[in-house]
Design a protein around this ligand. Structure first.
Ligand code: GDP
Length: 369
């Protein structure tokens, strides 16, 4: 209601209603002097960044400020949802500033993975999206892998400049920033205020030893990621937390796979071939005949075919169908943003379809592994 004032750390307008949005502070904390938002409080007292989120428009308004600065930008994406978490508009906004692409969650790929192939794949995909990068680092914030490389690269490209960290929600940005804070920061200094007129929110400046700052930007919410539309409970079902164990299915045309009640994959036409599913192993896969699939879903969605539960299903958009013709001789993944992907192993081509809630990004890409 405007009477709560601004955070004396980052300058954001304070609010007491929505913990996941910028400026949140518990009502009790309003008595503190000076008053700071919960996010700044955590950084100051626990050296810990936490996640806040914004929608695309707000985020682009923020991004447009970065182009005016002289800074290093760390763009962090989630390897499990690469196309879904990539900020493809970034290039237009960062101006001449160098971008370091940190591809997080490498720990989710199968233990036996050809990392050179993955690295090349990332390079190719980033380029195809029009992203210019000074370096690409594969890492796992959780397993502490690739961090030394990342820090080295930050040192090499930062000079004495500020470091902006940008990413979609849930990519591991906070985990990464916490790591940077521990390695670089002198938290005895005050958090500096950074108020950008004309934007509805502000960025958190974390002072570094040399007078520069790490600037934590809010996580951008992309509506095409499955992870943004499911309930909290189902989010933990779709987000893997250990290495994916690929599930291989030999299918004849006219067969269908259900991923719980979250999505459906039809093999419509083509030679018998194998399909490898890279989805959280906690999700049950049901194989059925294509001709029975509609009925099975109608009768069993939310029960046999779950998650989501019948109750949670009501909050999800209706399914829509995506048809793909996989060309002969190509190696492709059918990618469902936030849920995973199905690798098409056959080389003879195939006609397939995916049914998923309207709005969820479904696409074909060159296979990752
Ligand atoms: P933010 O929303 O981008 O700030 O992301 P967080 O740091 O809060 O992390 C979001 C989720 O991803 C949490 O459940 C983390 O445990 C998880 N996470 C972060 N880094 C990794 C990683 O390297 N590997 C895996 N498997 N999970 C990660």
């Amino acid at each position: 209601d405007g009477t709560k004032g601004r955070c004396s750390g980052c300058g954001i307008l304070l609010q007491t209603e929505q913990p996941e949005l910028p400026g949140y502070t518990p009502i009790k904390a309003l008595d503190r002097d000076p008053v700071i938002c919960q996010r700044c409080f955590r950084i100051k007292n626990y050296s810990e960044a936490s996640s806040v989120t914004v929608d695309q428009d707000e985020f682009l308004a923020l991004l447009s400020k970065i182009g005016d600065k002289d800074a290093l930008v760390i763009h962090i994406v989630d390897l499990f949802d690469f196309e879904g978490s990539m900020i493809s508009a970034l290039q237009r906004f960062v101006g001449n500033n160098p971008v370091l692409l940190a591809v997080n969650k490498t720990d989710l790929l199968p233990k036996v993975t050809n990392w050179n192939k993955v690295r090349n794949w990332v390079q190719m995909q980033a380029k195809a999206q029009g992203l210019k990068t000074v370096d690409i680092v594969l890492c796992s914030a959780k397993q502490n892998q690739g961090f030394d490389r990342l820090l080295e690269s930050v040192n090499e490209h930062r000079g004495d400049r500020d470091v902006y960290v940008v990413g979609a929600t849930n990519v591991g940005k906070s985990t990464l920033i916490n790591r940077l804070i521990r390695d670089y920061s002198d938290l005895d200094q005050e958090l500096t205020t950074s108020r950008y007129p004309g934007t509805t929110l502000d960025m958190v400046h974390i002072p570094l030893d040399d007078g520069a700052s790490i600037i934590d930007t809010p996580g951008i919410v992309y509506p095409w990621r499955y992870s943004e539309i499911v309930s909290r409970k189902d989010l933990s079902a779709i987000m893997p937390d250990k290495p994916l164990k690929p599930a291989v299915y030999q299918l004849n045309s006219g067969q269908t796979l259900f991923f719980g009640g979250l999505a459906r994959f039809d093999f419509i036409e083509g030679e018998r071939q194998s399909f490898t599913c890279y989805i959280n192993n906690a999700i049950k896969i049901h194989r059925t005949k294509l001709e029975r699939a509609d009925e099975l879903y109608k009768d069993h969605a939310g029960e046999l075919l779950s998650p989501p539960s019948r109750e949670d299903m009501e909050d999800l958009p209706e399914w829509t169908r995506h048809d793909f013709r996989i060309k002969k001789g190509s190696r492709n993944d059918v990618f469902i943003s936030g849920l995973g992907w199905i690798k098409v192993n056959g080389q003879e081509g195939a006609l397939v379809a995916v049914h998923a809630p309207r709005g969820v990004r479904v696409m074909i890409r060159p296979s990752l592994i």
